[in-house]
Design a protein around this ligand. Sequence first.
Ligand code: TXA
Ligand code: MG
Length: 318
Amino acid sequence: MTLVSKDTLKAAEILNKKELVAIPTETVYGLAGNIYSETAIKKIFEMKSRPFFNPLIVHIHSMEQVQDLAVDFPEKAKQLAKVFWPGSLTLILPKKESVPDLITAGKDTVGIRMPNHPLTLELLKNLPFPLAAPSANPFTHISPTKAQHVKNYFDGKLEMVLDGGNCANGIESTIVGFENGEPVVYRLGSISTEEIEKVIGKVSVRNNKEQAPNAPGMLEKHYSPRTKTYLVQDITAFIAQYPEKKIGLLLHSTDHESFNVASINYISKTGNLKEAATNLYNAMHQMDRYDLDMIVAQRLPDQDLGKSINDRLERATK
Ligand code: TXA
Ligand code: MG
């Protein structure tokens, strides 16, 4: 049985033994281990069935820790960190030699983030090492936004889930790196590109959909329910093709005609993009248990967080 508790001292004790703890963040739950323990890091990859070519994000609690991990902290990166940390931004910086290659998949850069969750910040302050933490889901599955989602995936295999309630933002951090000094967004996420550009000006977006990324890992199939999923613009026309099927709809507003389907899940009732992001994964977890023939999601407007949500839904259809 996996312990689900708010006890940060217990979590620290387990992490100090080179075991893993799932930790809450404001984006999604992470599967955490000591970045300097090869034993712990190998357990992360093994528990997730994650390929070793996909690097892990290092979680810190103070700006000073960047110096222990990166050889350079460019001005634009600093500006972003000042505005968004603690928060849903991961910075890709040139790594120090002391950061194990297992964390970075042999790359010369390391992903760093200061998460914005009181329990996890308290935990990090009580540990003598930062935590590597990928999302706490098996490889390519839906990311967890509640302690119970993590328990459903790893019950009995994982010692503890630190229970920090529901994740406030609900989708992963936005990843920003630098190429020849120019900022590049590698993963759309909880902070919109528009918000990033308000701080450092124009950025390019390289939200890869590669099969085996050797540059920033963004796999094409990801965040996937077991139920076949579609992302469509015109729900009415799409579902008219499948009158015999048991369909679940994922909608972001109530201003449309009523649909005759098995179930409807609103991630927002008013088209609020922030609310839609917060509720997205929980809705996908729920619908995946309804024994549907298909999940049909309505494409969101292609702006702000709508872009990040469409990106997740597109990968869920693969
Ligand atoms: O919100 C988040 O970022 C969550 C929470 C737990 O912090 N973590 C998360 O981790 O989403 P994960 O492992 O599911 O996704 C990390 C992404 C991967 O696409 C990985 O390839 C990329 O970050 N990444 C990590 N280090 C990198 C590096 N040095 N260069 C490029 N991409 C990197
Ligand atoms: Mg993930």
